[in-house]
Ligand binder design. Structure first.
Ligand SMILES: [Zn+2]
Length: 474
């Protein structure tokens, strides 16, 4: 399906990414030449993803496409959190999935199956390339227990009345990802009431089922019946599928000081190898009017379905919208931005469609400019500017089309669909359109108008744009 997914020769291009761990932009160099191992934290499948969540998966998709475009063979692993994520991120409260199960009157297993399916459908609708491996926490319970046992042997764990905890005071560089020490992290932590924890930053590796709770998802373990803590699944599954050290780990910015910090602490404690991951990349939030972060707990349930699909708007307009803001920056979102991105995307598609369907050669000069933009920490708004300038340039329509289609391997905006639509215009109409093109070049405006009327008579409207004629069914 994706031809360009096939590995090509090793890249010689320089790519620069901002690394959260070192707090600077640095030259990307993989551990193994030509190959990239990439772990992307996936959804907790207790509800539909909101648009803020989807922005993160779009950023990761662009990152993956840029690496592939540069010739790397990418192996991407994404987890599906289907157990153990509690309503309070600091291991307190109810399991989000068990809670939703009671609310909807379905089993916990039905809940995760339903929302995993919904999540994958959103990825498809946004033209996001699926990870090479999707792995579920519940499919990897023995791996997680084994990792907890290793931590126990090495002296990193202790037991409380409700579970097995990781002792963060045993890790001298705990907090290095956010650049905060234990004291600073304490200031940022919410008020907690778990007084059995030795340090406020300690986190659960295994939680015991409560006798009266009636949990549906629970497993036996050397510590007692229960379920894994939220963070251990990512450590266990990434090591299983990508090895003890790999290249890139991504997520949204709110994962830095808690989830990813804990992943690093426990994985490096198990393997003894540092750094576990070379590049940490995080995307900014999607902010609502007034700068409020979009989140389900705040009652914002803007999903791809209710904002785009149900209203007949192509969901790729959301993909197009996210490309306009650098992934690291917070992105403002409003009803107006939905409309302007829809118009912008449709406008771009008509420009592509107006190029005809003859595919020429990729223009290397424009390709170089495009690569410079995308390899500079994914500067996609600059990449879109290069595309627009290229479309306005004086190279032939066939070469413009070839170059645009090449850029679309990274953009993922389905330019091919725009060409397909063009093909659907009957040959009888296309003959007149071509004739009109000749008349326009000869500045024979009377002939041009006459042909426009004839085309209209056949049920098609022709519009003149700076880059040529645009045809659509009336
Ligand atoms: Zn994770």
């Amino acid at each position: 399906m994706f031809d360009f997914l096939k590995p090509k020769k090793n890249t010689s291009n320089f790519i620069y990414f901002y690394n959260t761990l070192t707090r600077q932009k640095a030259l990307f160099k993989p551990i193994k030449a030509g190959k990239v191992g990439m772990y992307t934290c996936g959804p907790t499948v207790y509800y539909y993803p909101h648009l803020g969540n989807l922005r993160c998966y779009l950023f990761e998709d662009i990152l993956k496409r840029v690496l592939i475009y540069n010739g790397y063979n990418v192996k991407q692993v994404m987890n599906i959190t289907d157990v153990g994520h509690l309503t309070n991120d600091r291991d307190m409260g109810e399991d989000k999935i068990e809670k939703e199960s009671k609310k909807e009157g379905k089993s916990a297993w039905e809940i995760v199956e339903f929302y995993t399916k919904a999540f994958k459908q959103d990825l498809k609708n946004l033209n996001i390339i699926f990870p090479d491996i999707f792995c579920k926490a519940t499919d990897n319970i023995p791996e997680q227990i084994k990792m907890i046992q290793t931590l126990e042997k090495k002296g990193f764990t202790y037991r409380t009345s409700d579970g097995i905890y990781f002792d963060t005071s045993k890790v001298p560089d705990y907090g290095k990802l956010s650049g905060q020490n234990l004291e600073q992290l304490k200031e940022g932590a919410r008020v907690e009431i778990n007084e059995e924890k030795k340090n406020h930053t300690d986190f659960a590796l295994w939680k015991f089922s409560k006798k009266d709770e009636g949990r549906q998802m629970e497993w036996p373990s050397p510590y007692g019946v229960g379920f894994p803590g939220w963070h251990i699944e990512c450590s266990a599954m990434s090591v299983k599928y990508l090895g003890e050290q790999f290249d890139i780990h991504c997520g949204a910015v709110d994962a830095i000081s808690l989830h990813h910090t804990n992943e690093i602490a426990q994985t490096e404690a198990v393997t003894g190898k540092k750094p576990w991951v070379n590049f940490w990349m995080h995307n900014g939030f999607l902010n609502l009017d007034g700068g409020r972060k979009m989140s389900k707990s705040a009652g914002d349930i803007s999903t791809l379905n209710n904002i785009y699909i149900d209203k007949g708007i192509n969901p790729l307009a959301f993909r197009f919208l996210t490309l306009g803001t650098h992934y690291k920056k917070p992105m403002d979102w409003s009803d107006d931005s939905v409309v302007s991105a829809k118009n912008g995307y449709e406008n771009l598609l008509s420009k592509i469609s107006a190029l005809g369907n003859k595919i020429g050669k990729i223009n290397n000069e424009w390709k170089e400019k495009f690569i410079t933009a995308i390899n500079d920490d994914l500067n996609m708004s600059q990449a879109l500017a290069v595309l627009n300038e290229m479309l306005k340039s004086d190279i032939s329509s066939a070469n413009k089309l070839a170059t645009a289609l090449d850029f679309d391997k990274v953009l993922g905006l389905k330019f091919n669909d725009a060409i397909q639509k063009k093909v659907e215009i009957p040959a009888s109409v296309m003959v007149l359109v071509d004739e009109r093109e000749t008349a326009r070049k000869a500045q024979n405006w009377a002939k041009s108008d006459e042909l426009r009327d004839k085309i209209k008579g056949l049920g098609y409207e022709v519009k003149d744009t700076p880059i040529g004629q645009e045809i659509r069914k009336i």
